[in-house]
Design a protein around this ligand. Structure first.
Ligand code: ADP
Ligand code: MG
Length: 276
């Protein structure tokens, strides 16, 4: 059975519902001096759920990811991770808890091969630098992700954009996180490579991880997200599903006052009043 067959025969991914969130934010705010980058953000991500974080430039997406990655400290609010209050005081504290981040620049070393990149910076960890063990571990991870990498001994310089994203994601899974955050994973990719990375995100979800994906591409977001969380000017501005209309989603992102979401909410309010 090939790697592709294994992927195709998997059961449908577990959907959120009934499970406790792996991460839960309440009233999280972040000020930079006089600038309010985030105000009273609420966000839940469940195990086995892909949440897309969308919003216009300056909406606060990167700041939110950096707060969860331990890069920035929130000014106020509470964060629970895996059922406990979490102090994400540094990137290593976030990583140790089980929050992995793939930043947009990927931070791979071009001249090193796939194995070396996957283990980069882990030299002090328990694995020791046994080349054979590292190669086996790298292959296993990539196979589990149904990744199409020709050889783990290729230098990263010779890989496509999609394959690089794959290596960066595999690398972030090495520490077996419970939540993974991907910043614009398909931004630089063509159609086929984008499909490959979206598949990979589904494989990661199938492993039971919570996934946060930042993306500007609404087609990608609809293809892979279970829920779509809109930020606007540093605040929550609605939660959508891929079944909601494109216009509603765009209206929430741009802040158009008259849109079918507000109209629907208005109709619902009238209906509920009428029912009482
Ligand atoms: N380090 C910083 N210092 C001051 N202001 C910042 C900093 N980082 C982000 N901001 C501001 O916070 C707001 C949100 O930015 P950002 O999180 O980068 O948005 P997005 O990623 O959605 O485009 C913007 O007004 C931005 O200028
Ligand atoms: Mg940003």
């Amino acid at each position: 059975m090939s790697v592709t067959d294994v992927a195709a025969s998997r059961p449908a991914p577990p959907r959120a519902g009934g499970t406790e969130p792996v991460i839960s934010l309440r009233n999280v705010s972040k000020n930079f001096g006089a600038v309010s980058a985030l105000t009273d953000i609420e966000l839940d991500v469940h195990p086995g759920e892909v949440v897309a974080l969308v919003g216009d430039n300056g909406a606060g997406k990167s700041t939110l990811v950096k707060v969860l990655a331990g890069v920035h400290q929130p000014t106020s609010g509470s964060i629970r991770f895996d059922g406990r209050d979490a102090a994400l005081t540094s990137p290593s504290a976030a990583l140790d808890l089980g929050i992995a981040t793939v930043f947009q620049d990927l931070a791979l070393c071009e001249n090193l091969d796939v194995v070396a990149n996957i283990f980069l910076g882990r030299e002090k960890d328990a694995w020791k630098l046994d080349e054979v063990a590292m190669e086996v571990r790298a292959w296993t991870l990539l196979n589990e992700l149904a990744a199409r990498i020709p050889s783990v001994r290729e230098p990263v310089a010779s890989l496509s954009g999609g394959q690089r994203q794959t290596v960066a994601i595999a690398r972030s899974l090495l520490l077996e996180p419970k939540l993974i955050m991907l910043d614009e994973p398909t931004a630089a990719l063509g159609v086929a490579q984008t499909a490959e990375v979206l598949n990979l995100i589904e494989r990661v979800r199938d492993r039971g991880l919570g996934v946060i994906v930042i993306s500007h591409n609404m087609d990608d977001v609809r293809a892979v997200a279970d829920r779509i969380v809109v930020l606007r000017l540093g605040r929550n501005n609605g939660v959508f599903t891929p079944d909601d209309s494109h216009n509603d989603l765009i209206a929430a992102i741009t802040g158009a006052a008259d849109n079918s979401v507000s109209r629907r909410a208005g109709r619902r309010a009238v209906h509920e009043e009428g029912a009482q």
